[in-house]
Design a protein around this ligand. Structure first.
Ligand code: SF4
Length: 403
């Protein structure tokens, strides 16, 4: 009994700490029918991904099928009721009664179900700058939804209490079908719904359904992703998307090893997003010893300039020790400033520094006249000098979504 109380105390403390770190609050509504406790986990070491189907059964997949959720999209049924999930580059091969690597897609008798459909564990209104999205409706609020689960295993994850747990381990969630997500946004008077906090791929069907409804109501759809979906589901979701923030974990296999994933699919997906015409911004969390060499940052910037556009914003964000990466210090500010200079030298037009409140380069500068076009302090917008998508000082066209 004492241990149970202590576990509950620790769980609540972790959630409160993560909410405070994220600058907001997560709201939970308890549903006891799901709280059966985690099933057994073998905790095998893992490797990724894009070649052979991923054998999900060896990954601590959960033995007990739950009711609820919704049948998943993008999977094929194999012999002996196995299924192969085709949603992301893990391509999990899942036995009956088990779940995939993301902990959310469950094989029930040869049918795959998404167990977090309509069951967000985190809902909050945030400034859009927090995503970060700097060229889409600056200074407005977004209604954010997140669930359990993720298809990456980033050792530095700031939201691991959501992303690296099952819905049962989190224990609490809202009952919010897609219609209620849209109603919630309308009631709160926010123009945009964002899928964020954990990887939206892990609640793909839910996001797709509320995005379709939200677009009919004139709302904007944004998601913050590691960009590891397969091309077909990605293209389908992009049809109902306005903007995407992409976490580019680095520009080397070493950087992606820290997340147990691979770089190449992410780069291909960035090109697909750009071709689809949605607005994209890239954030790179600069982590000492993992991805902080200026050669790597130069290579990344050159690739963005040549394969996407010099007008795609690039945000360099400061790392703080978290989750399994507590033996690495916070990123020195001068490393971020060197990254800024490197990307600007390469020719990226819009570069900012994040997680350093009050830094000059929290703000966005006009690439033509060098005046500040959006003055920010951390997530707060103080001044917008853009009218009709043009710099107020020199008339330079600033790309983005402004109305
Ligand atoms: S979405 Fe989940 S179950 Fe499907 S392939 Fe990716 S990690 Fe595996």
């Amino acid at each position: 009994m004492v241990n149970k109380k202590r576990r509950e105390y620790l769980r609540k403390t972790l959630i409160a700490t993560a909410a405070a770190l994220s600058g907001g609050y997560f709201f939970y509504k308890k549903r006891s029918d799901l709280i059966s406790g985690p099933s057994s986990s073998k905790g095998a070491s893992v490797s990724s991904t894009s070649g052979e189907p991923f054998e999900a059964d060896s990954l601590g997949a959960h033995r007990k099928a739950n009711a609820g959720g919704k049948e998943a999209m993008y999977y094929v049924t194999l012999e002996r009721n196995r299924v192969r999930c085709e949603l992301c580059y893990r391509t999990c091969n899942i036995r009956d009664g088990r779940r995939g690597f993301c902990r959310n897609r469950e094989n029930r008798g040869g049918k795959l179900y998404n167990v977090v459909y309509g069951r967000p564990s985190a809902i909050h209104v945030d400034p859009i700058e927090k995503e970060p999205q700097h060229h889409m409706l600056p200074g407005t609020q977004i209604l954010c939804y997140g669930t359990a689960g993720c298809n990456f295993r980033c050792r530095h994850c700031q939201n691991w209490h959501l992303s690296q747990q099952t819905i049962e381990e989190i224990g609490d969630y809202y009952d919010h079908p897609p219609e209620e997500v849209v109603e919630n946004a309308k009631e709160k008077g926010v123009p945009t719904i964002s899928a964020t906090y954990n990887e939206p791929t892990s609640f793909y069907e839910y996001l797709l359904d509320y995005a379709k409804l939200a677009k009919k109501e004139g709302l904007r759809i944004l998601w913050h992703t590691n960009a590891y979906l397969k091309p077909d589901p990605l293209r389908e979701l992009l049809l109902h998307t306005d903007a995407v923030t992409i976490d580019l974990k680095g520009f080397s296999s070493r950087a992606y090893e820290n997340s147990e994933a691979e770089l190449e699919p992410v780069l291909e997906n960035l090109k697909i997003m750009k071709e689809a015409g949605v607005w994209i911004e890239i954030v790179n969390l600069v982590i000492p010893t993992i991805n902080d060499s200026m050669e790597e940052i130069r290579d990344m910037s050159v690739w963005v300039r040549d394969e996407l556009s010099p007008e795609v914003p690039l945000h360099f964000s400061r790392f703080f020790p978290a989750y399994k990466l507590t033996n690495v210090s916070a990123t020195p500010v001068d490393t971020l400033e060197k990254a800024y200079e490197t990307a600007r030298e390469v020719g990226i037009h819009y570069v900012t520094i994040g997680n350093v409140p009050g830094h000059t380069h929290n703000s966005t500068f006009c690439p033509q006249c060098n005046n500040i076009i959006i003055r920010r302090t951390h997530f707060q917008v103080a001044d917008i000098n853009v009218s009709n998508g043009k710099c107020n000082s020199c008339g330079h066209k600033i790309p983005g979504i402004w109305a």
